[in-house]
Write a protein that binds this ligand. Structure first.
Ligand code: SF4
Length: 80
């Protein structure tokens, strides 16, 4: 089974965007918010304030993306 990046603790997210940039740097070799497989969006209302939209059509289990998050929002887990 393959592993995936999971937004496990988005209630901690401060919307810094570092995960988006790291994800695009690793997969596309450039810093791009729009081409990243992680997209951080403001929630329409209530908490958590941000949500992560992840493109699981590609490899996502990069420890660098998990580790760059300053508030430890992500886990890398077996796909369910
Ligand atoms: S790196 Fe962490 S805190 Fe920053 S936008 Fe991504 S999930 Fe949110």
């Amino acid at each position: 089974m393959s592993k995936i990046l999971k937004p496990a603790r988005m209630e901690r997210c401060i919307g810094c965007g570092l995960c988006e940039l790291m994800a695009s740097k690793i997969s596309k070799e450039k810093y791009s918010y729009s081409e990243s497989f992680v997209q951080i969006r403001k929630s329409s209302s209530g908490q958590p304030f941000f949500k992560a939209i992840i493109d699981y059509g590609q490899e996502t289990d990069y420890p660098e993306v998990k580790e760059i998050c300053p508030v430890d929002c992500f886990d890398i887990e077996e796909e369910e």
